[in-house]
Design a protein around this ligand. Sequence first.
Ligand code: AMP
Ligand code: GLY
Length: 441
Amino acid sequence: MKLLVIGSGGREHAIAWKLAQSAQVKRVYVAPGNGGTRTEGKGENLPVPGTIASQEAQEALFAFARQQGISLTLVGPETPLAAGMVDRFRAGGLAIIGPDKNAAQLEGSKVFAKSFMAKYGVRTAQSRSFTGYAQALDYAAEHFKRTLDPLVIKADGLAGGKGVIIAEQYAQANAALASFMQEGSLGTAGKTVVLETFLGGNEVSVLAAVSVVPGKPGTILPFIAARDHKRRFEGGQGPNTGGMGAIAPVPDFSAAAEADFRSAILEPTLRGMEQEGMDYRGFIFFGLMVQDTRCFLLEYNVRLGDPETQALAPLMDFDLAELCHAMLDGSLACFPLRWKAGAVCAPVAVAEGYPGAYRTGVPITLDRETFSQTGAVLFIAGAETQAAIPGLYTSGGRVLGVSAWGANPEEARNRAYQGMGAIRFEGMAYRTDIGRSPSHV
Ligand code: AMP
Ligand code: GLY
C-alpha cells in the first residue's frame, strides 16, 4: 500500500512515522514534507507546485495519486481542506481522509461554527457576529460598560493562529476591530468578526476520528486527551505561537469532565453533522475550555492538531492506516482504538526570535547516543536537508519536537528534556515547563 500525506510540519512527520509502522504500508509520500519525512524509512517527499492550498497543487497531487496508485491520502493542515482538496479527490474516485469543503467551514468560518453550535446545542461561549465595524464597536463599548471581563474578538476566517484577540479594555478592542475590519490586516478573514464572552479554565484538546456520510448513522471516536502550550514562554507568558509543546494524556482532565464533554459537545456535534447531511470522513479536533468538570467548546479544527499529534502518535496502540480505512468504509464504530499506558511529553524547539523574525539555514547537531538512551522520537517541523551536505538545517520557526514516552508524566518529561539536551543549533530555544502545570497554556 502506498500512502500520501499532505503537509510539511511536525504533525505530518508524526503521521508519516506512525503510518509507516503498518506492515501493509510500503511507501509514505509526504507533499511537500520536510527534512524529517524525507529521511524516514518508508518516506519520500514530493514537491508541490504553488502553495499547498492552490488549485495548481490540488491538480498536481490528484494526478500523482492517480498515476502512482495511492491507496489513501491524508490531509494534515486546514488550508487545503478549506480549498476543497477532499472534494477534488472524491470526485475523481480517490480515497482521502478529511472533511469536504462544506464541512471544513467548521474551522474555516467562526460564524458558521458558532451558528452550528447554537443550532445543535453544543456548549460554548455566548457570542454575536458582526460585519460592520461601527456595530461591533458599539457592542464592545456596551460590554465594557457592563463588566470588567475581557472581550474575545475572533476573525471569522482562517488566520493561521492570528485571528483571536483577548481584549482587556475597550481601547484594545477598538484597536483589534479597526485592524481586522477596517485596515484588513487579515485580508478577508477579518472582515467579519465574532465577539464572545471570556471563559476561564484549563484548555484541553480532544482529537477524534469521524465517519459521517449523508443518510447513515455516523460515528465520532475520541482519542485520549492532549494539551498544547501555545504561549512562547514559561508559565503561559509571551506571544501566542503555533504550539511550544504538547502532552498526552492530560492528568487534570477527569473522567467526569470527559463524560461531560461527550454529552455536552461530542454527541450534539455528531447529531448536527448527521442532520446537516455532512460528508465528514476525517479527523476533528475539539478545542475545549474546562472549568472543573464542565466543558465548553472554544473551536472546532477539522484536522489533527500540531503539536498534539506528536504527543499522541507514540501512544497509539493501533494501526493508523487501518483506522483511516475504517473511517472511509463505515466500520469506525467497531474499530479497536487502543492506547498504550503511560504518557508522552513533546516539547518543541524553536529558532531564536520566533514567533517574530528568525534566521534559517542554521546547522543542527544531534548526539545520537545520548538521544537514543531516552527512547524518544524526533519529529522534524522546520528543518531541511541540503544537497550534498550531511545533516539537517533549520528552515522554519518551529524547528523540531522531541516526543518521549514515560511510565508516568514525570518520567516522560525527564526523558523529553534529556532528549532536547542532545540537540544543538545556534539560537535554539524551548520552553522548559511543558506539562508541568494545568494552567500554563
Ligand atoms: P480559537 O482559535 O477559537 O481556539 O482561539 C484561540 C485561543 O484563544 C484559544 O486556544 C484560547 O486560548 C483563546 N480563547 C478563544 N476563545 C476564548 C474564550 N471564549 N475565552 C477565553 N479564551 C479563549
Ligand atoms: N495545536 C493547535 C492547532 O493545531 O491548531
